[in-house]
Design a protein around this ligand. Structure first.
Ligand code: DGT
Ligand code: CA
Ligand code: CA
Ligand code: ZN
Length: 572
């Protein structure tokens, strides 16, 4: 059982308990689930090393939950959960997957209409039964139907962050294989895409069959989809497909090129090869006449023969990287090492799990030189937002934290952009913060024209520093809101507002392609964790992937600048 699978069970337990009107417990389960989602160490390993005691050191885990985790780790099941499911008879797991449907609505649907399954829900909507319920209406019905359609037809893609621990584990296992010289992950994962359809591994070994056997025998494999002497595909217990190819050293570079892709990049490379008198395949670069092998051991060797600079995997999307590589003008991409600090962090002053001090200390441990706190300010009830009354205490505590840590602590808020494009604090008040992030959180469904005006209005009329998660998308759950980003980029540039690259695994907002467009429009960027827990702070590394996919160099990112220069830029 992976941390994420355990987390899912805990989330579902929380939802069922909420249906049963149990108080407090749901919150406790959700808290642990959240911590598990971003824990870098496997809970199973933690348990093996230190038993129940060690589990209880995971944030939020008390004895009761630790015992349940122990059962899940040991048996892969939890009797308490199975009993709860039988008791309640509501298919929480499936209903939860419908975008816009959360535990509160599921509960209401069950109590008022006895809805237990996705099919029940679809029937009830088609019979028009939902529109009279409190908090529902024809609009909600339409959205739910769309959501049902979506989960029925959409092949689920996996979040990069959720695939990451699996990639690490599979790599480790393959490296132990007989005669294995090298293991590389390729495909969309290697390109740093925010979601992946499947995983693609390449291995160099002269004992291909043994490697294939090792691969199909991994403990997480649920089903072997294909198995040959040098290749295989499997499905893991969590549903993710993993492909493997075992190769010889001589073809490794050309195979890397082919499997890192993307397809459109590959097609362009082949065309270029043909123009230069070669053919390019996954097996190598060959002379067109006589088919003599020319190159293929390394990617660099193939790019060189084609007259190209080496192209970083994140750029291989056929969005202009090949002509740029021909001219030798590819950007020198930013790396995680270039990041000196992170923006957009929450604490228990709004909806975070940790205190300001805990967050700042963790950032310091990670080697960061600054952290910016941006607790919610606005009207969204669920996030326990700050208000004018609580601001004084918040700022005072930030002042205290400053004296206890060695890194620079920036004060700020994440403030709601209201429906009419105004903010719930005056421009004068906003100037008292080091960093003001403004984001859209409520009334997401507006026409493109209205939403664009709303956001531009905020950019024009207030002293903002960063536009938070500019599209509002939630991966696999919520589509980006309708907004004309070109117009937003123009205004942001003119008003010196940085565009956010939000590294929260489920957001990744802006996307790499949008970052590229914003850069072309002249914008600068602030990379953020959107951290709600100390375990979220390392998420800035995901943001770095989007920055790289957006062709950013270190000069484009506020996070790389010196503190002095950052503070000066934020005042402008
Ligand atoms: P995914 O898995 O949907 O997130 O996206 P990818 O890019 O990982 O796609 P996948 O797994 O189907 O294929 C892995 C790589 O293989 C892909 O990045 C490029 C290459 N590839 C796949 N199909 C073709 C093709 O029809 N032509 C060429 N030239 N390359 C292909
Ligand atoms: Ca893939
Ligand atoms: Ca694949
Ligand atoms: Zn936000």
């Amino acid at each position: 059982m992976k941390n994420l699978d355990i987390a899912k069970i805990l989330y579902n337990i929380a939802d069922i308990l909420e249906l049963q009107e149990v108080l407090f417990k749901p919150l406790a389960y959700r808290k642990v689930a959240l911590a598990l989602e971003s824990l870098s160490e496997d809970a199973g390993d933690i348990y093996t090393k230190g038993g129940l005691k060690a589990l209880m050191e995971i944030p939020g885990v008390g004895e009761h939950i630790a015992v349940k985790m122990e059962e899940i780790i040991q048996t892969g099941k939890l009797k308490y959960y199975d009993d709860l499911k039988k008791e309640i008879k509501v298919d929480i797991e499936q209903l939860n997957k419908i975008p816009t449907l959360g535990p509160k609505k599921i509960k209401l649907l069950y109590q008022e209409l006895g809805i237990k399954t996705v099919d029940d829900l679809e029937k009830a909507i088609l019979q028009g039964k939902l529109r009279d319920l409190h908090g529902f209406g024809e609009e909600t019905e339409k959205n739910l139907l769309k959501g049902i359609e979506l989960i029925k037809t959409r092949p689920q893609r996996f979040l990069y962050a959720h695939a990451l621990p699996l990639v690490q584990e599979i790599t480790r296992r393959l490296q132990q294989g007989d005669g294995v010289q090298r293991v590389e992950i390729t495909g969309s994962f290697r390109r740093g895409k925010e979601t992946v359809g499947d995983l693609d591994f390449l291995v160099i070994s002269d004992k291909a069959e043994k490697v294939v056997n090792l691969f199909t025998a991994m403990p997480d494999v649920k089903e072997v989809l294909a198995k040959g002497s040098t290749r295989s595909s499997v499905r893991l217990t969590n549903g993710l497909q993993v492909d493997l190819r075992v190769l010889k050293e001589k073809e490794f570079g050309s195979a890397m090129l082919y499997f890192i892709g993307n397809k459109e990049h590959n097609v362009e490379l082949r065309k270029l090869a043909l123009r230069k008198g070669y053919t390019l395949s996954e097996y190598g670069l060959f002379r067109l006449k006589g088919k003599r092998w020319v190159a293929g051991r390394t990617e660099d060797e193939v790019y060189k023969k084609l007259g190209l600079q080496y192209i970083e995997p994140e750029l291989r999307e056929n969005t202009g990287e090949i002509p740029a590589a021909m001219k030798g003008i590819l950007p020198r991409l930013v790396t995680a090492k270039d990041i000196n600090g992170v923006f957009h962090n929450h604490s228990i002053w709004s909806d975070g799990n940790n205190s300001l001090l805990e967050m700042a200390q963790k950032a310091e441990q990670l080697g960061l030189k600054f952290i910016s706190f941006n607790d919610h300010f606005g009207h969204m009830g669920i996030t326990n937002p700050l208000n004018e009354k609580r601001l004084t205490g918040y700022l005072k505590e930030i002042e205290k934290v400053r004296k206890k840590v060695g890194l620079r602590v920036l004060s700020g808020v994440e403030i709601d952009i209201l429906k009419d494009g105004t903010l719930p604090l005056s421009a004068k008040k906003l100037k008292e913060f080091d960093v003001v992030i403004a984001s859209v959180h409520v009334s997401l469904k507006m026409s493109e024209e209205e939403m664009t005006k709303r956001v531009c209005n905020a950019l024009e009329n207030y002293p903002l520093n960063i536009l938070g998660h500019p599209t509002g998308r939630i991966l696999n759950e919520r589509e980006p809101m309708a907004i004309n980003l070109e117009r937003v980029f123009d205004v942001a540039k003119r008003r010196n507002v940085f565009m956010e690259i939000n590294g929260s695994p489920g957001r990744m907002d802006l996307s790499g392609l949008q970052v590229k467009a914003a850069k072309e429009a002249g914008c600068l960027f602030a990379l953020s964790t959107d951290g709600h827990d100390i375990s979220h702070l390392p998420f800035y590394r995901l943001g770095v992937l989007s920055a790289r996919r957006g062709w950013l160099e270190k000069k484009d990112l506020l996070n790389h600048w010196s503190i002095k220069r950052i503070e000066k830029a934020l005042k402008e």
